[in-house]
Design a binder for this molecule. Sequence first.
Ligand SMILES: Nc1ncnc2c1ncn2[C@@H]1O[C@H](COP(=O)(O)OP(=O)(O)OP(=O)(O)O)[C@@H](O)[C@H]1O
Ligand SMILES: [Mg+2]
Length: 273
Amino acid sequence: MQEKKWKLVLSKVSRDYTGNGNEEPVNVLNNLNLKVEEGEFISIVGPSGCGKSTLLDLLAGLSQPSSGEILVDGQPTSETAVRCGMVQQGYALFPWLTVRENVEFPLSLRNVPKEERRQISQRELRKVFMEGYEDRYPDELSGGMRQRVAIARALASDPPFLLMDEPFAALDPETRATLQDELLHITSTTNKTIIFVTHDVFEAAALADRVVVMKANPGTFREVVDVTVPWPRSIATLRDLPELREITNYIGKLIHREQPAAYEEEISDLAVI
Ligand SMILES: Nc1ncnc2c1ncn2[C@@H]1O[C@H](COP(=O)(O)OP(=O)(O)OP(=O)(O)O)[C@@H](O)[C@H]1O
Ligand SMILES: [Mg+2]
């Protein structure tokens, strides 16, 4: 039998943050193990502060594990630059570049000719409904608009490995649903491996092959849930699919088990209504 082609392998990965002074190091991520196949879509959910963004930084090679190993395409992230697209939480754009220049920036690093760069940026900005804003600067845009530019920038370089940290958090529901459909389309038609962080359990399950549910203090993988809904998928049909609802209910319970206080509050809110 042919060996599976692992895009990403995490073995016993831990990450500590050391304080500035004489503070004890804080163990943020503890003993993470996961294998991701090429072309898989993995969602990550878990309470605030459980280490999701910390994990994405590790996957991008922006920081290194305190112990354990991360292999991307069989290579340790410390030894080769990880070739990935990334939408960071807070949609970090370059404030001194226009919308168009932001989207074209990764392409210019790769010496893509100007004409082609222009075509790609037009196409990706159209997909995120940002046509007409090409010459604006980030501080002239709303949060949701900035987020869409960051998504266009990540998609423009057509990366085989895409890391997205709450990319749709600031979007209105309609734009969000359209971009979720765009991601479903990308997943069905390309072989990209996508790691997607979200607080929205429906979004996590709707888009993913598997959902990694994390718990906090220290951040660990509580459970990896298979989303057994066939592809291709569309957001409109997924909303009413009993099979998906069952999976999201299950994931919701796993997360709430981590936040009993918050859950109680939610229930008492409901009781008031
Ligand atoms: N540079 C840093 N130095 C020290 N501690 C840090 C640093 N960055 C993050 N942390 C701590 O690591 C933990 C995990 O943070 P992280 O941002 O990864 O969480 P998260 O799961 O992405 O949360 P959220 O859902 O709110 O985005 C938090 O307790 C945070 O305070
Ligand atoms: Mg985060």
